[in-house]
Design a protein around this ligand. Structure first.
Ligand code: NDP
Length: 450
């Protein structure tokens, strides 16, 4: 049994119910196999044994009072996974599906993603099973305040710097920051994704979506192609999806789909971005409203999806951007995408493709950007926000956008050159995992057994 197989077996025995964490671990360990076989230093230092266990894992009660005066209780989490490269860094997710398993998979991915950005950031993740949807402003504020009543003692600008994720946008970060300041009497860079008037960075809101498109552009250019004139399918209609669509238009592509948890839209004339932003960022309503206002659009509710499929991926496209949630693109979806001639998949969401889907993309040798590389633009720009906060400077939109583009190109080159060392130039899963891992592992070795 190889080193990676032994670790996977041990973790599977210990946490058989953590299916998302095990899925992420399996993908990573499989890619690390050639590096770990070639170089025994990692096993000698028990790097994997240490890497798979968070340095610290916190879970806590979050009581709050709803508008009718009733006490509600949610569970909060913060998993501080690895600090070999810098302060723990990673978002907070507020969604009913959140549990320790989901936060662990996200935190584990974050370690290698942050390493790839080349910025000084360790890996962490947090969140709660609270659902901000259909809550009043005051309820969201009270929840955020209660969440911070516990979280504040675990975070700090030099130790752990949370940001947003699903269900946590500028509004929630504002309430969280306000309470942090009240409790600590400190105005510092403890959260990223802050408002532009009080320490936020330009381009942070756009960064994950823009970054995922820059990554696709880099992959296509690697094959002498470009995004110009390409038809794009995008899933999701939140922060990542909206700014993916915006950058796709800027680079000459035509995005034709968007989706939410209730259904999807196909707009053959191209998604009307202003309308999408109004409905999703301002009114926060279902995508079915979009089809009522655009004759060129068709709305398909989730109940009408073909069984076991995500209908977004059945629309013929050249390039695909899964940007909603985990496991939203399975083996059957991948097959249809490939049959329809898709040549590039760049992941905006975290772990959106199942292991079966990934296998097919690798086999077909299309441009496939795994999340930890292709969606690293968000956390990279959070890193730039931390630099601006620390130096009390703020950079212009174009300056940050240019740095983001450079970082995404750098990640692509690092991943593809690393893959080439193993004679697998097109396999960016292998390249990204090994490149991210090497840096973290060597830092852990140099810092001793701690
Ligand atoms: P948002 O909350 O802004 O948007 C999430 C979108 O995904 C919404 O359209 C939502 O629909 C949809 N969605 C959520 N859960 C499901 C589900 N179970 N089935 C179908 N659709 C679903 O989140 P973000 O855009 O910030 O995040 C999207 C993905 O990108 C996540 O995987 C996140 O971890 C990842 N990511 C985000 C980063 C960021 O900077 N924001 C950074 C790196 C990764 P509805 O509106 O109906 O809920």
């Amino acid at each position: 049994m190889s080193y990676t197989q032994r670790i996977l077996a041990e973790v599977s025995n210990k946490y058989p119910h953590q299916v998302f964490f095990l899925q992420a671990l399996k993908e990573i360990l499989h890619s690390l196999e050639p590096e770990l076989t070639k170089n025994k230093i990692y096993e000698e230092h028990s790097i994997l044994e240490r890497l798979v266990i968070p340095e610290r894992s916190i879970s806590f009660r979050v009581p709050w009072v709803d508008d009718s005066g009733k006490v509600q209780v949610n569970t909060g989490y913060r998993i501080e996974f690895n600090s070999a490269l810098g302060p723990y860094k990673g978002g907070l997710r507020f969604h009913p599906s959140v549990n320790e398993d989901i936060i662990k998979f996200l935190g584990f991915e974050q370690i290698l993603k942050n390493s790839l950005t080349t910025l000084a950031m360790g890996g962490g993740k947090g969140g709660s099973d609270f659902d901000p949807k259909e809550k009043s402003e005051n309820e969201v504020m009270r929840f955020c305040q209660s969440f911070m009543n516990e979280l504040y003692r675990h975070i700090g600008e030099r130790s752990d710097v949370p940001a947003g994720d699903i269900g946590v946008g500028a509004r929630e970060i504002g309430y969280l920051f306000g309470q942090y300041k009240k409790l600590t009497n400190r105005f510092d860079g403890v959260l990223t994704g802050k408002g532009l008037r009080w320490g936020g960075s330009l381009v942070r809101k756009e960064a994950t979506g823009y970054g995922s498109v820059y990554f696709a552009q880099a992959m296509l250019e690697g094959k002498g192609d470009s995004l110009e004139g390409k038809i794009a399918c995008v899933s999701g209609s939140g922060n990542v999806a909206i700014y993916t669509i915006e950058k796709l238009y800027a680079l000459g592509a035509k995005p034709v789909t968007a989706s939410d948890s209730k259904g999807m839209i196909y707009d053959c004339e191209g998604i009307e971005l202003g309308l999408l932003k109004e409905l999703k960022e301002v009114q926060r309503v279902s995508l079915s409203e979009y089809a009522k206002m655009r004759p060129s659009a068709k709305y398909i509710p989730i109940e009408e999806y073909t069984k076991g499929r995500n209908e977004v991926w059945s629309i013929p496209c050249d390039v695909a951007f899964p940007s909603a949630t985990q496991n939203e693109l399975n083996g059957a979806d991948a097959k249809v995408l490939l049959e329809n001639g898709c040549i590039c998949v760049s992941e905006g969401a975290n772990m959106p493709s199942t292991l079966e889907a990934i296998d097919q993309f690798i086999q077909a040798r299309i441009c496939y950007g795994p999340a930890k590389a292709s969606n690293a633009g968000g956390v990279a720009t959070s890193g730039l926000e931390m630099s601006q906060n620390a130096s009390m400077h703020s950079w212009s939109f174009d300056e940050v956008d240019e740095k983001l583009r450079g970082i995404m190109r750098g990640i692509y080159e690092n991943a593809s050159q690393t893959a080439e060392e193993f004679a697998e130039r097109d396999n960016l899963v292998l390249g990204a995992n090994i490149a991210g891992f090497r840096k973290v592992a060597m830092a852990m070795i140099e810092q001793g057994v701690v």
